[in-house]
Design a protein around this ligand. Structure first.
Ligand SMILES: [Fe+2]
Length: 173
């Protein structure tokens, strides 16, 4: 929602409308997803590493983490297909804009969640300040270098990760 308000990605109105999506719309949608699915996949991977063997949560965590990996793999594969069909520059430009907006939104949401948790759990000022400093430090790293990891494209090991019908290449292009 916050990203959409900044004009990032395809607006939900557009997704819901009856007008068929254009190829440019699909490029924007997939580029936005490439960035946000990366975040989802990384966060679920963290949970998988810590709770993967948990007797109650393990199975669900692994399943959701696997789903996120598949979403990300699908975005890579489809964007590479579209890049080969001549959309490379638009894809790079859109990915960059999405990544830079996403890291800002991620920082702001993290700060807001942390502040609320701090209030609920009665954290000391020092503790809250330290955690906020950590969030700002992560943002500084992502702004400097980390965002690059969100804009690369590489063919995933697992193809057709969402299991849909294989789009015949010439028609798709
Ligand atoms: Fe996802």
């Amino acid at each position: 929602m916050l990203l959409e308000r900044q004009g990032i990605g395809l607006a939900h109105d557009r997704l819901r409308s009856d007008e068929p999506l254009t190829e440019a719309d699909i490029v924007v949608y997939l580029a936005h997803s490439r960035v946000t699915e990366q975040r989802a996949s990384e966060q679920m991977d963290l949970l998988r590493r810590h709770f993967g063997d948990h007797p109650d949560l393990g199975r669900a965590v692994k399943m959701i983490a696997g789903d996120e990996d598949n979403h990300l793999a699908y975005c890579h594969e489809e964007l590479l297909r579209l890049a080969a069909a001549g959309h490379g520059r638009t894809i790079q430009r859109t990915l960059r804009a999405c990544a830079l907006a996403e890291i800002r939104v991620h920082r702001d949401v993290s700060l807001a969640v942390m502040a609320r948790m701090g209030r609920i759990l009665g954290w000391s000022r020092t503790r809250s300040a330290l955690l906020a400093a950590g969030i700002h430090a992560v943002y500084a790293y992502e702004r400097l270098a980390g965002w690059h990891r969100m804009v690369t494209l590489s063919m995933p090991e697992r193809r057709n990760a969402l299991g849909g019908p294989q789009a015949p290449a010439p028609e798709f292009a």
